[in-house]
Ligand binder design. Structure first.
Ligand code: PLP
Length: 429
């Protein structure tokens, strides 16, 4: 008997909206073609993954019946209490003297999630209905765009400048929503604040403060809070420049800032544990949704991270990681200078894993473009910049940019990949 064919009409509206996210395609390409030099994937540096540390921690954890049983049992929806406490301690250490209001850092406001990706999904579900509006940076983290798209949420883009979002443009967008009576639909502003994926840009604290104030000003017309969602996924991967406090350190943060971080990037992507800090009213809703979704993130993995942090192994691992990424970024920058024509623009990031390259406007970078096909034929792969732009009726998407990752490729492959791309660029310019 043939399996039943599901007609589109048997699917939910969400099911019908579900399209293949570009991330699945990108990850598959990298796995299917091992010879490919992937400057696309968001994979982290494999050689520095903490295998010895994880093995020692697992042995310790399963070394006694008590700790072993605790780790192998279900946990709570909110997350492991030790990991929550250590997460807050770590966050306060990063904030430094700026952490003025203790309320914003109350451990009771934390939820541990399956990667920060799950948190982004949960918070979107808690706040947004189809037709609602979310403001994002132009460009932004394209997997978050997928979450919004699948939920039928509309997006408006605000351009990114070298120190973060363009505030004049933000005010213009808010003003245009006010004029059209659409502010009641506006739920949040999403900001990837450290070494942004994809542009590498870090947002100045003053900009976070000004953005919060602007959102506040438009709340009266919205009739409800407009939240600032700060995604600090790459925060711990800083290899140059001074630390910048998060928006949690600002006045009114405890009622308006939603903050998410992850242990994927600074420890192990395969562990996939992240967290969110959020205003109490939202927290209750997120607990309920997560309670229905998975009623708790893997206890084993949470205990692994809590032990890594409590024993100092986590802290010890970070400098090694930062040195690796600093060195890989330097290799990519050197190669860009050597092989790319001067008409290509890019900024050197102070951390993270990405460089955003803007090619001359005449050279398109999309998956069907001549440039993409020629680069791919030479076994090199990047993320087409257009994937990182929201569907925004107010502007057309730029199509001449690309995200280059120095995360997973070796330094020699980074140099080789950029050299091959440079050769294609020369053919086309
Ligand atoms: C900006 C940003 N946020 C969130 C995530 C999700 O990471 P994870 O779910 O592994 O914490 C990523 C992953 O690449 C990211 O780039």
């Amino acid at each position: 008997m043939k399996p039943p064919i599901h007609s589109a009409s048997s699917l939910s509206k969400l099911g019908q909206r579900a399209t293949e996210p570009p991330i699945s395609w990108l990850m598959k390409m990298a796995i299917d073609r091992p010879q490919l030099i992937s400057l696309a994937a968001g994979f982290t540096d494999s050689d520095s993954l903490p295998v010895d540390e994880a093995r020692a921690l697992m042995n310790e954890m399963l070394g006694s019946a008590n700790s072993g049983r605790a780790a192998l049992q279900y946990g709570s929806t909110s997350g492991d209490a030790d990991l929550i406490r250590l997460t807050i301690e770590r966050l306060l250490a990063l904030e430094g003297a700026k952490a003025a209001s203790q309320r914003a850092y109350d451990p009771q406001r934390v939820v541990i999630t399956h990667g920060s990706q799950q948190f982004l999904y949960l918070i979107s579900e808690a706040l947004c209905d189809p037709g609602d509006i979310v403001l994002v940076e132009d460009p932004t983290y394209f997997v978050f765009l997928g979450i919004l798209q699948i939920h039928g949420v509309r997006t408006r883009g605000v351009p990114v400048t070298p120190d973060g979002m363009d505030l004049t443009a933000l005010e213009k967008v808010l003003e245009s929503l006010r004029r059209r009576g659409e502010l009641p639909k506006l739920k949040l502003l999403y900001l990837v604040s450290y070494f942004q994926n994809p542009s590498g840009v870090t947002t100045a604290l003053e900009k976070k403060e000004a953005a919060l104030k602007l959102l506040r000003r438009y709340e009266r017309d919205a009739g409800h809070p407009i939240y600032l969602l700060e995604d600090a996924a790459y925060r711990e991967l800083r290899f140059s420049g001074p630390e910048i406090p998060s928006a949690l350190s600002l006045p009114n943060a405890s009622s308006r800032v939603i903050y998410t971080g992850t242990y994927s990037k600074p420890f192990a992507t395969g562990v996939r544990v992240g967290f969110g800090l959020l205003p109490e009213t939202l927290l209750r809703v997120v607990y309920r949704i997560k309670g229905n979704h998975d009623f708790g993130t893997s206890n084993l993995l949470q205990r692994l991270l809590a032990m890594a942090m409590a024993t100092g192994r986590y802290e010890k691992h970070l400098p090694l990681l930062r040195r690796r990424y600093a060195s890989k970024a330097a290799a990519m920058i050197e190669a860009l200078k050597q092989h790319f024509p001067s008409s290509v623009q890019w900024l050197a990031p102070e951390g993270g894993m990405y460089i955003w390259a803007q090619l001359p406007k005449a050279i398109q970078t999309g998956p069907k473009s001549k440039f993409f096909r020629r680069v791919f034929a030479r076994d090199v792969f990047y993320v087409p910049g257009e994937f990182c732009y929201a569907e925004d009726p107010a502007r057309s998407k730029p199509r001449h940019e690309m995200r280059l990752s120095f995360g997973s490729a070796s330094e020699s492959n980074i140099r080789e990949g950029i050299a091959r791309m440079g050769a294609v660029l020369k053919e086309l310019t």
